[in-house]
Design a protein around this ligand. Structure first.
Ligand code: HXC
Length: 257
């Protein structure tokens, strides 16, 4: 399928989505989000895909939601159309998604990265929630996910001043999993995705679901949930295969079921 605002590619069991609106630093217009969700819908249904990478350009992962598209919106238009409801779908995907971020990840760009399961950052990455400078606030989870990721003090400072943080600060704060040289970003993200996609997909999906649970429930409930799904994995073929392969000192041959 040909898209206008994204490029898609699959390599083995990994899908790579490249945000592609170079003239607007990948500003996330409604059409782009719709295309992204269309592509992700397909990957969720495709048994041949085990992990997805979302990336942008060297200069920008995404410089935010599209300001030109938003500027003349009225309250009822926004309320009725609920465009950020579409964004939410990205954060509710069941297969793992890695954000590979180089350059600007601002506003909705930072929020999109935060919806992914983890962020790999190029040393050129810059993160921020500059919406306050536009007279608004983050609207796609920034005040919530960023706060959970970096804590109140830094989230508050970033959202109230609109200042950017560089890759090193983002890593120190726990926003990004790892920093890599910009030239190696996509290779590193692909390698991580390939590793994940080589595991048992049911186990990967359950691990993702369980970690996400940590942000939504109490410790007691979360631990109970983890234990239930852990036991549940013993109903899979891949658990038997994984443990048998270990005992037989060979590589497992997961069937993703
Ligand atoms: C629409 C954008 C854009 C955006 C950049 N562009 N960001 N268009 N929406 N968010 C466009 C510019 O208008 C310009 O178009 C072109 O991209 C290049 O940008 P420049 O500003 O000329 O580049 P540069 O001087 O290098 O500055 C880069 C920048 C700056 C620091 C990233 O573009 C910037 O501050 N952008 C806005 C960042 C921002 O406020 N993001 C939050 C958006 S609100 P032309 O046609 O002039 O060449 C948001 C709300 C989220 O995200 C709510 C939930 C989804």
């Amino acid at each position: 399928m040909e898209y206008e605002n994204i490029r898609v590619e699959t390599r083995g069991r990994v899908a790579i989505v490249t945000l592609h609106r170079p003239a607007a630093l990948n500003a996330l217009c409604n059409a782009l989000i719709a295309e992204l969700n269309h592509a992700l819908d397909g990957y969720e249904r495709d048994d041949g895909i085990g992990c997805i990478v979302i990336t942008g350009s060297e200069k920008a992962f995404a410089a935010g939601a599209d300001i030109r598209e938003m500027q003349d919106r009225t309250h009822p238009e926004f309320y009725m159309a609920d465009p950020f409801g579409e964004w939410d779908k990205v954060g509710r995907r069941r297969k793992p998604i890695i954000a590979a971020v180089a350059g600007y990840a601002l506003g909705g760009g930072c929020e999109l990265a935060l919806m992914c399961d983890f962020i790999l950052a190029a040393d050129t990455a810059k993160f921020g929630q500059p919406e306050i400078k536009l007279g608004v606030i983050p609207g796609a989870g920034g005040t919530q996910r960023l706060t959970r990721a970096v804590g109140k003090a830094k989230a508050m400072e970033l959202c109230l001043t609109g200042r950017m943080m560089d890759a090193a600060e983002a890593e120190r704060s726990g926003l990004v999993a790892r920093i890599v040289p910009a030239a190696e970003l996509l290779d590193e993200a692909f390698k991580a995705a390939e590793t994940i996609a080589s595991m048992s997909l049911p186990a990967v999906m359950v691990a993702k679901e369980s970690i996400d649970r940590a942000f939504e429930t109490t410790l007691t409930e979360g631990i109970r949930y983890e234990r239930r799904v852990f036991y549940g994995l013993f109903a899979t073929h891949d658990q038997k295969e994984g443990m048998t392969a270990f005992v037989e000192k060979r590589k497992p041959n997961f069937e993703n079921r």
